[in-house]
Design a protein around this ligand. Structure first.
Ligand SMILES: Cc1cc2nc3c(=O)[nH]c(=O)nc-3n(C[C@H](O)[C@H](O)[C@H](O)COP(=O)(O)OP(=O)(O)OC[C@H]3O[C@@H](n4cnc5c(N)ncnc54)[C@H](O)[C@@H]3O)c2cc1C
Length: 402
């Protein structure tokens, strides 16, 4: 199986992304960290400079498939590029390919009205603003999205939104200007559980929207974009801010999450590759008990297992990408569930091994491994916990044999 894109245009983009990540982004990691240490709420100037450079080189919005605004790549062609971006946690933004903007752009591009596109899609595609997707609520088990309870109620010629959300990624960014919010609309016209929720798109500075606090992951604030707890108190929503229509929220969510999960999984493979690379370099460079640690048989076995783990997960992810391209995300549910289970667990195992290989240094911030572990671990919960994907996969498997 050819793993890299074979179409010449796609291959040229892959080569350019690889060069850019290796020669421009990886060497800038220390500068990015230093600039953030000076001011965690400011957009690091190095990020801005790299974004401008990537855009000028045509390495922009690569994730967007089936759209005149993308680079014309299929999901399968984009997947190895997402892997490269995953090597550095902030690299996807350099190419305007970072979550949650990618999913929100897809929603607006596919389901937005002309007015919604005119107001929000252009600036998001330009990377001049960022966005948040507010679904999860602290009061309900949000892995079952039909529990989402924040309300959208009609009041004359407009609606009122009241909701308490948390873990809205991106909402901490000074550039976050727009939110897509999933809320429960009037259930009366639609008794079916999956027709009772609605997505709206509203400006972040709308009266009644407030940021209650930032939520760190294992103590990492993920600056400058962060994750936030938000309150929506009697927020006015105009009818033209409803996406597609009342009760259509889940229909849109289905389309939004499929490709996004592929992006996360490919980035995790890049993150794991980097951790394995660091492991090998470290183990060859350190001597303990009279020989390089790399020569201890236990480490040879662990490194070999990590290679198998990464490569088999990559094949599974490429298979899912191919399925999305050929039959569509709606019919690739099993493939998407499989990778959403496999990739974060694989990355956790490999990064955990890398931490062990670095000794106490692995637990510090010096090697980027503790942050990498946090990023991989959170994806066993975000976008649906492992158990929910296993449950869906098992249902599909039982159905096949019924
Ligand atoms: C870093 C980070 C970023 C996030 N970004 C966003 C975002 O941008 N927007 C947003 O809306 N949300 C976001 N989330 C939230 C995330 O999607 C939810 O946390 C997730 O869907 C789980 O919902 P919950 O936390 O309410 O867990 P719950 O639904 O309360 O579930 C708790 C646990 O119950 C178990 N469980 C649930 N269902 C089953 C089942 N069927 N079988 C067996 N066990 C089960 C699982 O172990 C699960 O972890 C983010 C989360 C994190 C950590």
């Amino acid at each position: 199986m050819e793993l890299l894109p074979t179409r010449p245009e796609a291959r040229a983009l892959y080569d350019a992304v690889q060069r850019f990540v290796r020669t421009r982004i990886e060497p800038a990691e220390a500068q990015f960290e230093a600039e953030l240490r000076e001011d965690r709420l400011r957009l690091p100037p190095v990020l801005e400079a790299l974004k401008a450079e990537a855009r000028a080189a045509g390495l922009w919005n690569l994730f967007l498939n089936d759209s005149p605004h993308g680079a014309g790549l299929t999901v399968r062609e984009y997947a190895p590029m997402a892997e490269l971006m995953g090597r550095v946690v902030w690299a996807p933004e350099v190419f305007n390919c970072s979550a949650p903007d990618t999913g929100n752009i897809e929603v607006l591009d596919r389901y937005g009205s002309e007015a919604q596109k005119a107001r929000w899609l252009g600036p998001l595609l330009d990377g001049t603003i960022r966005s948040g997707f507010a679904m999860t609520e602290p009061e309900v088990a949000s892995s079952d999205a039909t529990n989402i309870a924040g309300t959208l109620r009609r009041e004359g010629d407009h609606y009122r939104l009241n909701a308490h959300k948390w873990w809205t990624t991106g909402a901490g960014s000074p550039r976050c200007k727009v939110l897509i919010v999933l809320c429960k609309s009037d259930p009366a016209p639609h008794p079916e559980r999956h027709r009772q929720h609605t997505m709206v798109v509203i400006p972040f500075d709308r009266e009644g929207v407030s940021l209650a606090r930032w939520l760190p992951v294992f103590g990492f604030d993920d600056a400058p974009h962060g994750h936030a707890e938000l309150r929506f108190d009697n927020v006015q929503v105009m009818p033209d801010e409803v996406i597609v229509g009342e009760g259509r929220g889940f229909e849109i969510a289905q389309g939004r999450l499929g490709p996004g999960r592929i992006h996360h999984c490919m980035r995790l493979i890049g993150l794991a590759e980097r951790a394995l690379e660091k492991t090998c370099r470290r183990l060859e460079a350190r001597v303990a008990f009279g020989k390089p640690i790399a020569e201890q048989s236990v480490w040879r076995e662990r490194v070999a297992d990590a290679r198998v783990d990464i490569d088999q997960t990559r094949l599974l992810v490429l298979h899912a990408a191919e399925a999305i391209d050929t039959v569509g995300a709606r019919h690739a549910k099993a493939e998407i569930a499989m990778i959403k289970i496999a990739a974060p667990n694989m990355a956790c195992r490999v990064i955990d091994m890398a931490i062990q290989a670095h000794g106490a240094g692995g637990l510090s911030d010096d090697f980027g491994l503790s942050m990498a572990y946090a990023a991989a671990r959170m994806l066993r919960i975000a976008d649906g916990p492992d158990e929910v994907h296993r449950d869906q996969l098992a249902r599909l498997e039982f159905a096949r044999h019924r």
